[in-house]
Design a binder for this molecule. Structure first.
Ligand SMILES: Cc1ncc(C[n+]2csc(CCOP(=O)(O)OP(=O)(O)O)c2C)c(N)n1
Length: 734
């Protein structure tokens, strides 16, 4: 808590000096009042600055101060973990952020400690205080809190995982845990309408996670009142049947009532009994934000009623009534606070702005470059232990599984989870040898639970957002989640987490936090019957996101080496595994040993040639190779096939080298033609290699429709060997 020279409590008889109120001393109450008052004054000052156009956005914490100071007093900064939302100014102050920190963010200064001028005001972040960088979407923070709590529990059970290690991401991830820490997460009552809230309640309840959910209910979500958001108009009534929770509903404008409620909640959590839910009724005296005018939807009478419930007036009257501060003391305190706020705001207005050349900093790890030679390690095939002397060719599925196994032995921070990834959730069946175990719908994780136990390999509820959201919380905390999305076709419920959270954590916190999680995703078609919802590609949607590495191997050896790089690197990775390639005869390879790594951004020349280049990846690679053979056989054409292997980053040097050699190029991909991954590559070739071209850049891809069930239709829709062959021959003759 911030220390200040506070006005002394008013003189009282000695026995009342020691009196406490719900456990808070008179001195603490004065400090609480000061923090609430400073919080309000920062809002007032920001509003002024916004009107003077010296800052560019304002959202206030007005009316929420009491419950937030109470939460700050009941919890421990730098020990507990915090996933606050934009109204939590008074909490952030109580935990130790300074008014200057807040104004620096409001003006967008280079020294804004939360984001280096990148985020709007009220998006708190502090590595030192364990306040984890927040975003603007409502509710996505809930699942991060779950993941953070998962990680705390895991670390308490596996303390060896916290050890520093060199040579991979662990070198740059300090891990701390205490065993009884609380993970705080908050939101407004409107945000409880989000699915991610319910996913959070479900998991936190079921796993008895140490999460404190604070719902700050000011009855409005911008202009939408709570009875429209919430069936029955009261969220406490709806959630009451979740098991293992401790529930509190309190007047969040009353500091003491709030403190008592939160203290009881925290006791429940620290005792390991499960999560807690505190529903605090607060007020919102300043409209939703400065972009909103609540007079448009709230009558004067309602707003006047609300004024009577102002938490600051409430506490001020209490302090006077109890003889804790007299009017003089209040005036002195407020004067000091005003001065502090004014000085901080003046200082921030003078602060240097971020340099324009800093824009690209911290999109990726500044410490570990996965395109570097550090991530290059040749395969060292070894005879399989079961068949001494014999080098056995393995499928892509085998070698992904082998990589997971080897890496889990090497790094105790790795946890593997998703839908159906465990061998068997009802462990006794495995122990009694009643079942063999499943290990993934494609069996990629088979045997991992049996080898590493259910703490490290487990099934999750059928909820993709929560798989990615929990991964984020775990990775922020220092674990290495290697989660699975069962089918690319069902990645969309997690899109918010994948687009607005996972790849942004480092950039938006100016390297305060990082999130090097790996998401393995089964992708693609050519399945004969896969149809619309088991055949999708869509990689370009993800390569369009800065901060995310996107990998798409075409064969077993590459899958093994690239997955190892993905796991050891310090950035978030989307690892796309083509279902059709999992068990193909094409691209099998011997087990390459436990150290094989391939750097990102290094393409592979799958076939040398000098007539036409086919730039491709994934399941189109074997098809392009077949087309190339036929073109050679029938037309004596020498076709080069370049397998990109990673899509973001991609190997521009290799593309340029190939185009300079052949002067004719096709970009081929399985996804629909228009707006696909090849559009960017084709555009860049046209832009930077125009003088090298003897023919237009061509694309071969799927038809601009969905993948149909009937094989005759599927065959027509997806790009086939014949399409590639025809395109090669035509382009060669151009
Ligand atoms: C996912 C998402 N949808 C919409 C918005 C726009 N928005 C910002 S705040 C807000 C209302 C939130 O209301 P509530 O959760 O009750 O919190 P309050 O602002 O009232 O404290 C909305 C709709 C957003 N930020 N994120």
């Amino acid at each position: 808590m911030a220390t200040k020279t506070l006005p002394k409590p008013a003189a009282k008889a000695p026995e009342t000096e020691d009196k406490t109120y719900q456990g808070l001393t008179r001195r603490q109450l004065i400090e609480a009042y000061r923090l609430m008052f400073v919080s309000r004054r920062i809002d007032d000052r920001e509003i002024l600055l916004k009107r003077q156009q010296k800052i560019f956005f304002q959202i206030s914490g007005a009316g929420h101060e009491a419950v937030l100071v109470a939460a700050g007093l009941a919890l421990k900064p730098g020990y507990d973990w915090f996933f606050p939302y934009y109204r939590d100014r008074a909490l952030a102050l109580t935990l130790g952020l300074k008014p200057l920190d807040m104004f620096l963010q409001a003006v967008g200064a280079a020294d804004d400690p939360s984001s280096g001028g990148r985020q709007m005001p009220s998006h708190w972040s502090s590595r030192q205080l364990n306040i984890v960088t927040g975003s603007s979407p409502t509710g996505s923070q809930f699942l991060h809190a779950v993941g953070c709590a998962d990680a705390g529990r895991y670390l308490a059970r596996h303390p060896e995982a916290a050890k520093q290690a060199s040579g991979d991401y662990r070198e740059f991830k300090d891990v701390s845990f205490h065993g009884d820490e609380v993970v705080y997460v908050s939101a407004g009552e409107g945000t409880t309408s989000q699915g991610e809230f319910w996913e959070t309640m479900n998991v936190a309840s079921n796993l008895r996670l140490p999460v404190l959910l604070l719902i700050e209910d000011n009855e409005y979500a911008i202009s939408v009142p709570c009875e429209v958001q919430t069936a029955g108009g009261n969220i406490s009534r709806l959630v009451a049947s979740f098991p293992n929770f401790h529930f509190e509903e309190c007047d969040g404008t009353d500091l003491l009532e709030s403190y008592a409620a939160i203290t009881r909640a925290v006791e429940h959590i620290r005792a390991g009994k499960g999560p807690a839910f505190v529903h605090a009724h607060v007020v919102r005296p300043y409209s939703h934000s400065l972009s909103d005018d609540e007079r448009l939807y709230r009558p004067e009478s309602e707003r006047k009623e609300e004024v009577k419930r102002d938490p600051i007036t409430h506490l001020q009257m209490f302090l006077i009534r109890e003889g804790i501060l007299d009017e003089k003391g209040i005036n002195e305190l407020e004067k000091q606070a005003d001065q502090e706020v004014e000085e901080a705001s003046d200082q921030a207005l003078e602060a240097p702005l971020p340099e324009k050349d800093s824009i690209l900093r911290f999109i990726y790890s500044p410490n570990l470059d996965p395109t570097s030679a550090n991530f290059e390690s040749a395969p060292a095939p070894a005879p399989a232990p079961t068949k001494p002397g014999a080098i056995v060719e393995k499928t892509m599925a085998d070698l992904i599984n082998a990589c997971l196994k080897d890496e889990m032995h090497r790094d105790p921070r790795i946890v593997v989870f998703g839908e159906d990834v465990a061998d068997c959730s009802r462990e006794q069946y495995l122990k009694e040898k009643l079942v063999k175990g499943k290990g993934g719908v494609f069996k990629l994780t088979a045997g991992l639970q049996m080898e590493f136990g259910p703490d490290r390999v487990f099934n999750t509820p059928l909820a993709e957002a929560s798989i990615v959201g929990r991964s984020i919380g775990m990775a922020v905390r220092g674990l290495k989640p290697v989660a699975e999305i069962q089918f690319f076709d069902y990645i969309w419920p997690a899109m918010h987490q994948l687009r607005n959270e996972l790849p942004l954590i480092r950039w938006r916190s100016f390297n305060g936090f990082s999130c090097p999680a790996v998401m393995r995703v089964a992708i693609g078609g050519y399945l004969t019957g896969g149809a619309i919802y088991h055949s999708q590609c869509g990689e370009s949607i993800f390569t369009h996101i800065p901060g995310l590495r996107v990998v798409f191997p075409s064969n077993a050896l590459d899958a093994n080496g690239l997955l190892r790089t993905a796991i050891r690197c310090d950035d978030p990775v989307l690892f796309l595994e083509h279902k059709r390639l999992y068990r193909e005869t094409y691209g099998r390879a011997p087990y390459p040993g436990p150290e094989h790594m391939i750097p990102f951004g290094k393409a592979r020349v799958a076939r040398e040639g000098n007539s036409v280049s086919v730039i491709t990846y994934g399941a189109v690679v074997p098809r392009a190779l077949q087309a190339a053979q036929r073109a050679e056989r029938e037309h004596q054409l020498s076709v080069e096939v370049l397998d990109l292997r990673t899509l973001s980053p991609y190997d521009w040097e290799a593309i340029a080298r190939s185009v300079r050699k052949t002067n004719r190029v096709i970009v081929a991909y399985e996804d629909v033609l228009s707006w696909g991954y090849g559009a960017e590559i084709a555009a860049r070739i046209a832009d930077e290699l125009f003088d090298e071209l003897d023919a237009p850049v061509r694309r071969v891809a799927a038809m601009d429709t969905f993948c149909a069930y009937q094989p005759v239709l599927e065959q027509e829709i997806l790009p086939q060997v014949d399409d590639l062959y025809q395109a090669v021959v035509k382009l060669a003759g151009y």
